[in-house]
Design a protein around this ligand. Structure first.
Ligand SMILES: [Zn+2]
Length: 143
């Protein structure tokens, strides 16, 4: 099995609904996203997947949609005020935990056809959330 990883920087703000203390306050992270791609075979250029295609798809989406955004749940009471001020907000249907961010990025990357094995979101140097491919999922061999 062949694996490659690509790393992306992700600066974002969020707050977690249902929490108390610091996580419930708007705060920011300078996170690292590690995307792991996996395939049993290599393409004609000897790659798991072309790195330029990764940059053009999920890398571009992370940069343009998530990076330097405030990421909030769609039920967050801050949303109407921020929207009226035209603040940059990315709205999720779930609480914007690192776990849900990892799954969001995984889902987006697989939607682009990338053979994703896992997505890690390191929100601090000590903590990370990982979302991995469901073993029942069929492997994507498009490259
Ligand atoms: Zn946080």
């Amino acid at each position: 099995m062949h694996c490659t990883t690509q790393t992306f920087n992700l600066c974002y703000g969020h707050r977690l609904l249902g929490e108390t203390g610091k996580p419930s306050q708007v705060h920011g992270h300078s996170a690292t996203v590690i995307l792991t791609l996996q395939n049993t075979t290599l393409n004609e250029r000897g790659q798991v997947y072309p790195k330029t295609k990764v940059e053009e798809t999920i890398g571009s989406w992370i940069t343009n949609d998530l990076d330097h955004s405030l990421i909030l749940c769609n039920t967050d009471p801050l949303l109407p005020a921020l929207n009226s001020l035209n603040e940059r907000v990315y709205v999720m249907h779930e609480n914007p935990t690192e776990e849900n961010l990892a799954r969001l990025i995984y889902t987006r990357a697989t939607g682009y056809g990338l053979p994703v094995e896992s997505v890690e979101v390191w929100d601090t140097e000590n903590t990370r959330a990982i979302y991995t491919r469901d073993p029942e999922e069929t492997e994507n061999t498009d490259a």
